[in-house]
Ligand binder design. Sequence first.
Ligand code: ZN
Length: 189
Amino acid sequence: MDVYLGKGLGAIREANKNSTSMLSLKAGEATEIRIIQPLDELISVYEHTEKMNGRWMNIRCLGKENCPLCKAGKYASFRTYVPVFDFKDERVKIFKASKTVGVTLVGLAEEYGDLTKRNFKILRQGEGLQTVYQFFPRDPSDFDTTDLEIPDIEPLIEPMSPEEIENLINQKVTDVTPIEPDDEDTFPF
Ligand SMILES: [Zn+2]
């Protein structure tokens, strides 16, 4: 049978995650964005990015004591979920910021004040661990966010139980049709 069969709550959450667009830039690509949520309201979590059954998944870290991935020696990354309006596609997306980008944003806020008051050109340079995001502030300008829906971040960061994570780790590839990570949105870097 060549039919995708997602099991349990994890599959539902995965499907839900995929309906939220992530801001995804290739090396050398730029776009203009407006951050639509103040920095002090942004949600940050530690999460693991692991390839499970041939596709990249982000899995919330449950903390060293409880987390099967930590126990397996996997590394969790600090990620801040930044809702942005992407002017290139003219829609709201989530920009997942690394700790380094978070520090950059805090620095920009110290210099420019409320980051929701102006657009930024964001330029990605490099791949993988060498990835650097540069932010170029534009002049302050009005931007009407009343008709924009800020994506619900909760389903994206809802933790799985240790058992669910263990099941994922133990799942044999034959249980689920492998999905190649050809969708940019599912690719973590
Ligand atoms: Zn962990």
